[in-house]
Design a protein around this ligand. Structure first.
Ligand SMILES: [Ca+2]
Length: 450
């Protein structure tokens, strides 16, 4: 090979090499950012401990540096100009006056915040980090101005693990320093108390909407608010209809606990809505899911029938009590026969099944009675009297002439004669206006077996 050829060959090799390199450059993504050479010297809990008085504005005067992983941002629109970050000690709401924060601060990104000159304050005891402003002589906390964000906030590594903390409602307190505030938490076995309608307000008013989620009687019937902005991209979506895990950012407004969804992927309600009954419980109805007072009682699987007179059982809410009620009072109907009939209950293989419920009554007037029956041949229609019903020997209160009695137990009513069969439990009210208008109430209907 002569010199010229050698040179040409070398040049070709070089060109090929360079070409290959540039190809590689074209196809490689830029290196993922690592953490900057900044060391956090203060935990999030220690930072929040600097704000001890609700409504105060605590400007940080020392070189406090915190670090945390982004657990929520503005991606769905449910949060606005807000990040939540957390470390092992707690969570923090950080207010940044810029749109589309999720581009720079995706969930899982570690960020470092130089807190000197920033301000800690709270909105109804929910602590946030921002800047102190004074408008017309009145102090306020505002989001860190866009032009200053890079001075205080430094982005670090991506894709850090974000694991929701498994909690129950009682572990969440409304103390301003609660360690779960501003963190991603996870509740289990919850469902929307009313599983209809949408997450947010779809009207022109763009109100922020509170929806209750609730767990099961066996878990204590705990409820907590899910608060959703009308600007969330899922505001118009129907709420999840099932039951299961719920992930959310825990916040407070005064003494009210509030959850903020990042998006609907946080609502893992994939189990059946109905609460699983404890072993041996064949039916359990505590009427805790009823709607507004005095409206018609409507429970999944139950029949509410005004067989004669068209008078239906109603929701009854007074104080903490939620139950069913029925009355001919003020109906103007001479003959009233009204039924409340349970879903079908299988007593196949049931050992010593028994029914119990509680009852109360009030405003004794004439003869209006409540009796409980069992049927094996009720066909589900609107004329239950056409079926065979056997009265069960329950204990009933004696109604007072004014006001209401306390609730009393029916006692345990054996259903053993019906083992192996499908049964219905029927509550039958008979009365009339004016011949008998006493009001009766029913609660805690249970069929249990051993
Ligand atoms: Ca109840």
């Amino acid at each position: 090979m002569n010199k010229f050829l050698k040179l040409t060959w070398a040049m070709m090799l070089l060109a090929g090499f360079v070409g290959l390199q540039s190809c590689n450059k074209d196809f490689d993504s830029p290196p993922a950012p690592g953490d900057p050479a900044i060391v956090a010297n203060t935990s999030i809990a220690a930072l929040k401990a600097m704000h001890t008085t609700g409504g105060a504005y605590d400007v940080i005067t020392s070189n406090v540096i915190i670090s945390g992983v982004v657990v929520a941002n503005d991606k769905s629109g449910n949060l606005y100009k807000t990040l939540y970050i957390q470390d092992s000690t707690g969570g923090l709401q950080v207010s940044l006056d810029a749109p589309s924060l999720y581009g720079s601060y995706p969930v899982g990104r570690r960020i470092f915040i130089r807190c000197k000159d920033l301000c800690l304050s709270d909105y109804n005891y929910m602590i946030q980090l921002g800047v102190k402003a004074t408008v017309a002589g009145i102090p306020s906390i505002e989001a860190i101005p866009s032009a200053l964000i890079s001075k205080y906030v430094v982005g670090g590594s991506l894709n850090n693990p974000v694991v929701a903390k498994k909690v129950n409602v009682d572990m969440l307190t409304t103390s301003m320093q609660d360690k779960y505030l501003g963190t991603l938490i996870e509740l289990d076995n919850f469902a929307f108390a009313n599983p209809t309608g949408s997450y947010g307000d779809t009207s022109a008013y763009k109100s922020t909407v509170n929806r209750d989620v609730k767990n099961c009687p066996a878990d204590g019937n705990k409820s907590i608010i899910v608060r959703t902005s009308a600007y969330a991209n899922f505001a118009a979506w129907p709420v999840a209809k099932g039951r299961g895990k719920l992930r959310a950012i825990y916040t407070i407004f005064g003494s009210t606990k509030q959850l903020l969804l990042r998006d609907t992927a946080d609502v893992l309600f994939t189990n059946p809505y109905t609460c699983a009954l404890p072993a041996g419980t064949l039916l359990s109805e505590d009427f805790e899911s009823i709607g507004a007072n005095n409206s018609t009682l409507a429970l999944t699987g139950w029949k509410n029938i005004g067989e004669t007179g068209g008078i239906l059982y109603q929701n009854a809410l007074f104080g903490p009590v939620k139950c069913a009620k029925v009355t001919a009072f003020s109906s103007g109907v001479t003959n009233v026969t009204s039924w409340l009939i349970s879903p079908q209950i299988s007593l196949a293989g049931a050992a010593a099944p028994k029914l119990s419920f509680t009852n109360a009554a009030g405003f004794l007037s004439g003869v209006a009675v409540l009796k409980v029956y069992v049927s094996t041949n009720y066909a589900g229609g609107n004329n239950p009297s056409a079926s065979t019903w056997t009265e069960l020997p329950a204990t009933y209160v004696t109604p007072p002439a004014s006001g209401f009695s306390a609730f009393v137990s029916s006692g345990d009513l054996s259903l053993s004669p019906y083992i192996g069969q499908n049964v219905y439990i029927g509550f039958k009210y008979t009365g009339g206006d004016p011949s008998g208008t006493t009001t009766w109430e029913i609660d805690d209907v249970k069929v249990v077996a051993q």
